[in-house]
Write a protein of this length. Structure first.
Length: 196
């Protein structure tokens, strides 16, 4: 899974927000972000905008959640649809609650801002849970779904790793047994800090 909303419950409390109710909609994200925004000490959100996959995934989450597509069923480019334009404008509006430097911010910098307590929220990959735990052991934080437009469902940029056996494999049965072993729930729990 690429994206989850990480949020600092301590900063939520300090801003008078319920730490057990993170934003669920775009409106709540912006409104809560404004209440959490106290520049130059703290900001509402570590918005990602640097060159890289993380920015593409974040923006795709917003456009997809708003019903936007890159291509329609016939393969025609529809990235200039009203749904995409609205999502891009909203994403840009989040700069209001972000520290300076969004255009160069990557996931690593967003993690640094979050774990240092400089931002109250960050949209990060699920694998960052271990990083947050290690770097900010005293922080009371939570993870939630990334907010979606009112009345719509979050549709994120999700991924993972695939296990496959090539047709040309000389040992397909052994390869399949290895895949079964790797994908076993107990093995996954032992090698992954997060259960897939």
């Amino acid at each position: 899974v690429w994206e989850e909303l990480f949020y600092n419950k301590d900063l939520f409390r300090a801003a008078g927000l319920d730490p057990e109710k993170p934003p669920a909609t775009w409106t709540e994200l912006l409104e809560m972000g404004r209440k959490l925004n106290n520049p130059p000490n703290t900001y509402g959100l570590a918005l990602i905008g640097g060159k890289g996959e993380y920015t593409t995934c974040s923006i795709n989450s917003f456009t997809n959640s708003n019903g936007g597509l890159i291509l329609d069923a016939e393969g025609k480019v529809v990235y200039n649809s009203p749904e995409v334009i609205e999502a891009l404008k909203f994403y840009k509006s989040l700069e209001e609650i972000a520290p300076p430097g969004t255009v160069n911010r990557d996931e690593a910098e967003a993690v640094n801002l979050f774990t240092s307590g400089k931002v109250a929220m960050a949209m990060l990959g699920s694998w960052q849970q271990d990083t947050v735990t290690a770097r900010a052991p005293d922080m009371d934080w939570g993870v939630a779904m990334v907010p979606a437009p009112e009345g719509k469902t979050f549709r994120g940029c999700l991924g993972g790793w695939s296990l496959s056996i090539y047709k040309q494999s000389k040992h397909p049965e052994a390869a399949f047994k290895y895949i079964e072993f790797l994908s076993n729930r107990e093995v996954q729990k032992a090698i992954c800090s997060l259960i897939p």
